[in-house]
Ligand binder design. Structure first.
Ligand code: BTN
Length: 254
């Protein structure tokens, strides 16, 4: 992949039109945040073949051998308030799902709030970071990591939990094609979002555990209940045994 190759035939107005490419970098999210400080244009794509300090949610590391994955971040300046950022996370998951399905035909499901699953295993994730001044959102960096052509059977600690597109399909797929489609879906969705589109119902329809019992580990304590969906603010709705519904804003579904 090269910056010219990514732009060629992309056909977007701004998403991915500015490309910052690294064979190796610490974290594409970190670079994108630096680009924001320098006033880089909306839709700037920071992409790497390998990350030495790839970040996952909840302080975890995101690992991927060089050249096996899509590891990138998009710099955006959305007209949203901080509380509305989960809309952008849901939108990103949806654009990713549509791109994967259109390239591979594999069914994509989500685990709230940001996991991309195929046949119950994690093949990708989204990590969003924001810059704020008071109430104002200065920028949003949307980081996406997708396991594309990676033989995960070689990684015992991830066996059974994580998967890749090549593992599910039995053949390698073109990362460039997947990336370009994702950028196109992302731009379309992003423009709709700015016009007030709410992605939570479509997001809910793709939840892997919809209607099932789930346990969520919260920053403090735990909640258990049946997954009813996700609301417009991006909170997970759980129906407890006693019939009441609880909204979970931050936590991890086990
Ligand atoms: C998660 O599921 O925990 C989110 C993982 C997000 C990983 C991507 S890879 C590209 C971008 N740069 C990072 O450091 N993290 C995100």
């Amino acid at each position: 992949m090269t910056p010219e190759g990514i732009r060629e035939g992309l056909g977007t107005k701004f998403m991915g039109q500015e490309v910052v490419y690294f064979p190796t970098v610490g974290s594409t999210n970190e670079v994108a945040k630096e680009m924001a400080a320098r006033g880089a244009p909306e839709g700037t794509l920071v992409i790497a073949e390998e990350q030495t300090a790839g970040k996952g949610r909840l302080g975890r590391h995101w690992i991927a051998p060089a050249g096996t994955s899509l590891l990138f971040s998009l710099l955006l300046y959305p007209d949203l308030i901080l509380e509305e950022v989960p809309r952008l996370i849901m939108l990103t998951c949806l654009a990713t799902a549509e791109a994967i399905e259109s390239v591979t035909g594999l069914p994509v499901r989500f685990k709230w709030p940001n996991d991309i699953l195929i046949r119950g295993r994690k093949m990708g994730g989204v990590l969003t970071e924001v810059g704020v001044t008071g109430e104002r959102l200065d920028y949003v960096v949307v980081g996406i990591g997708l396991n594309v052509n990676w033989d995960l059977s070689q990684v015992p600690e991830l066996a059974g939990k994580a998967t890749s597109l090549s593992e599910e399909l039995g053949r390698e797929i073109c990362r460039l094609e997947l990336l370009q489609r994702l950028l196109r879906y992302m731009e379309g969705g992003y423009l709709r979002l700015q016009e007030g589109y709410l992605p939570h119902n479509v997001f809910t329809s793709r939840l892997a555990n919809l209607g099932e019992k789930a346990e969520v580990v919260l920053p403090r304590g735990k909640e258990e209940g049946f997954v009813e969906g996700v609301n417009a603010e991006g909170a997970l709705l759980l129906r407890r045994e006693d019939g009441t519904t609880v909204r979970v804003i931050m936590g991890e579904v086990t």
